[in-house]
Design a protein around this ligand. Structure first.
Ligand SMILES: [Zn+2]
Ligand SMILES: [Zn+2]
Length: 254
């Protein structure tokens, strides 16, 4: 009696080679040369990754040129694809992108809106992340070294090296002129200043009208009441400047 099942298996085995990675006989297929795992089903990303590495002048460095008939899976492509750091300008592995860490950090928010590193980055290497973290430490230090703000045009003992620009505090958040000053101080340091002149603040009155259901009549109809009140808030502006100490200058001149 002919064992058809055994013959079928023999034929199948002869056309389905044994794959040492899958550890079984399997229809002809390719594994990714980089992770040595994922099977290339549709797209071989080798050309795409090669283009990317050429673009960043690291093709030889990355060792891809030494691969024999290379196959690269989509996952490896997205992980090993190089990108340029927005801060250092140098290429780095996309996998090590630290942009999300910085974009979500409180430090970045505290440096907003004027510090050059307060914006959200698309690509940030770990080296770039170190730079922006150090910039934050420097920002905190400069807040401590702030010389001061004045309604006048100068502060005694200091000369103005540079007027940076006019800075403004609008919105309804400040409940007193001191809060306006605090925000102007932060803005000033964010843009590289250490003081401000021509400080001006103004008190604004906001009229608030709030209509609400005060109760229900006998037939169940609601009746309304309107609450009217006023709330004060403060706005202001100044010119941010870079002060230098007159005393230091005199010593230098001698
Ligand atoms: Zn396999
Ligand atoms: Zn792979």
């Amino acid at each position: 009696m002919i064992n058809f099942e055994a013959i079928r298996k023999k034929i199948k085995d002869s056309i389905t080679p044994f794959c040492p990675i899958c550890r079984k006989r399997y229809l002809s297929h390719k594994h990714c040369n980089l992770c040595n795992k994922n099977i290339i089903i549709k797209i071989n990303y080798f050309e795409a990754i090669k283009r990317n590495h050429f673009e960043h002048n690291i093709y030889e460095l990355s060792g891809l040129d030494r691969l024999n008939s290379p196959f690269v899976c989509g996952k490896c492509f997205s992980e090993r694809n190089y990108t340029r750091c927005c801060v250092t300008g140098k290429p780095f592995y996309s996998l090590g992108n630290s942009a999300y860490i910085w974009n979500c950090s409180d430090k970045r928010k505290l440096m907003s809106p004027y510090h050059i590193y307060s914006k959200q980055f698309n690509n940030l290497s770990s080296e770039g992340l170190d730079i922006v973290n150090n910039a934050y430490s420097k920002y905190v230090e400069e807040l401590h070294n702030f010389i001061g703000g004045t309604k006048g045009e100068y502060i005694k003992g200091y000369s103005i090296d540079r007027i940076i620009r006019r800075i403004e505090v609008n919105g309804t958040d400040c409940k007193n002129p001191g809060e306006v000053e605090d925000i102007l101080k932060k803005y000033c340091v964010q843009m590289g200043g250490n003081g401000f002149i021509k400080f001006f603040w103004d008190k604004k009155i906001e009229f608030i009208e709030n209509t609400y259901i005060a109760g229900y009549g006998k037939k169940g109809n609601p009746y309304y009441k309107t609450e009217r009140r006023t709330e004060a808030y403060f706005v202001g502006h100044a010119e941010s400047v870079v002060f230098s100490s007159n005393i230091t200058k005199k010593t230098r001149d001698c």
